[in-house]
Structures are given as C-alpha cells and as structure tokens.
Unconditional design. Structure first.
Length: 264
C-alpha cells in the first residue's frame, strides 16, 4: 500500500518559474522518463521527481488511466501501450526523406557538392533524393535510379552492418556485371575498415573520375535504413578532402538518425 510520506523537494530540470499547468506536464513527462530509466515503484518515482508520494501517485495514476503507463501490484509501473502507438505514428509520419532533407540542404550549402540519399532495394541502392550542389559539373544520376551496392559509396554505407557472407554476395553481383572494383580481398578489407569507422567511400569504383564519402542513417532500433553520400569529381575530391569530409558526414548521419529516434 502506498503511503503519502513527503520526500525532500527537488525541482525537476526546466520546472523553475513554470506555470502550474506546464509544471504538471513536465512532471508527467519526467515520470515517463523515470520509468523508461528503470524506476518501477512510487518511492523511485518520487525520488526522481522530488515530489511527495501523494503528488507522484496522482500523476502516475492519471498516466495509467490514459495508457501511457501500466501498473501491476507486483511489477510496479511500466511504459504503456499508448507510447507504442504514438511511437509508431511518429515513425510513419516521419519518412527518412522528409527528415533527412533539411540536414542535407545545410550540408549541400556548406560543401557545394552533389548529395544523394538512398535505401537498399533488393540488390541495389535506390536513390530517393538528390541535391545537385554548386559545382560546375554534372553527376549523371537521378531520383528513382538504382545503382550498384558493391561499387557506390552510398551502397556500401547501406550494408556496413551485414556479415562478410553478405558482403561477398554483393561483390559477386558486381563482379558479374563488370566495373572498376578492386579484387575481393582488397574490397573486403576496405569494407572492414568502413564498418569500423562508420563511413564508406567510392574511389572511382562506380564511375571513373567520380568519388564520394557516404554515411549510414539508422532508425530508432539502430538498424541502417538509408544512407547519403557527398559526391564530386576527382578535381574537387582528392584523398585529403575525402578524409576531411568524413567527420562532417558522420556528424550529419548521426543528426538524421537521432531525428529518426536513434539514441546511439
């Protein structure tokens, strides 16, 4: 049975000066975060919020009633089905193209190169978006086009999490079609390096004189669901610039992934 013994007052972050209504809202959100962090009983929630047990119980009961939390006498509080529903709706309402676009526009303005966004479709990388950049060059690609996985930087970024057996399968597909890829051992060694660094490159493997740096985009579960690449010709993309772009691509990939719910 819960008691109403007060605990020491400890205002939650962001509550100072808040109106009563917004303070209640913030406390309710704090309860959800505390339960998500492992708090299961009223004492734990009260300590996390710095509120009395009676206040905490009232807020928690309202969240249980609205299905944001569940409660079982032996198990305590848990996250409720309403959060799953909202999470699914948020994911459905935020397709990767829409979420990624503002990030890629800022990147395009900063670097001036062509940027592609794509997903894995069967054995191919499918381009969903393209930002042409400001260079006085034309990269021969278009939205809706499919490109090889094994030779493009974007394609390789899409398969960074796969095992080597799958990598070999993609390489064999490319080898059968021809191209500019290195031998299998060299290609696999590069893929291991790319996977360890979270970034992939195209060093003229897909098209002569064209290079790119690519990063994977992850969803809330950490799975790679898309990738993007910064692409240009050799004259604008030497080894030094590719190395310099890696950190930027990694940062932008992380920002897009966080907007999709990834907490990594």
């Amino acid at each position: 049975m819960w008691d109403d013994t007060p605990v020491a007052s400890k205002p939650s972050t962001g509550e100072a000066g808040a109106a009563p209504g917004s303070q209640t809202l913030l406390r309710g959100l704090a309860i959800l975060e505390a339960v998500a962090g492992g708090a299961r009983d009223l004492a734990g929630l009260s300590a996390a919020l710095g509120t009395t047990r009676s206040t905490t119980h009232r807020l928690a009961a309202a969240l249980v009633e609205q299905r944001y939390l569940t409660f079982a006498p032996r198990d305590g509080y848990g996250l409720g089905p309403k959060l799953l529903e909202l999470g699914f709706r948020a994911q459905q309402a935020a397709p990767v193209t829409r979420v990624a676009r503002p990030h890629l526009e800022r990147l395009s303005a900063e670097c001036g190169d062509t940027i592609h966004l794509g997903v894995l479709e069967g054995d191919w990388a499918l381009y969903l978006d393209k930002l042409p950049g400001r260079r006085r060059i034309e990269i021969s690609s278009r939205v809706g086009e499919r490109q090889p996985v094994w030779s493009t930087g974007l394609g390789k970024a899409l398969i960074l999490d796969l095992d080597e057996a799958r990598w070999r399968a993609f390489y064999r597909l490319g080898d059968a079609r021809g191209g500019h890829s290195p031998d299998l051992d060299t290609w696999l060694e590069r893929m291991r390096t790319y996977a360890a660094g979270g970034i992939a490159y195209d060093r003229e493997e897909n098209e002569p004189e064209v290079r790119c740096v690519a990063g994977p985009i992850r969803d809330a579960g950490g799975a790679i669901v898309a990738a993007f690449s910064v692409t240009s010709t050799v004259q604008y993309m030497d080894e030094a610039r590719m190395a310099a772009l890696a950190a930027t691509v990694r940062e932008v990939a992380g920002a897009i992934s966080r907007d999709l719910g990834w907490a990594g």
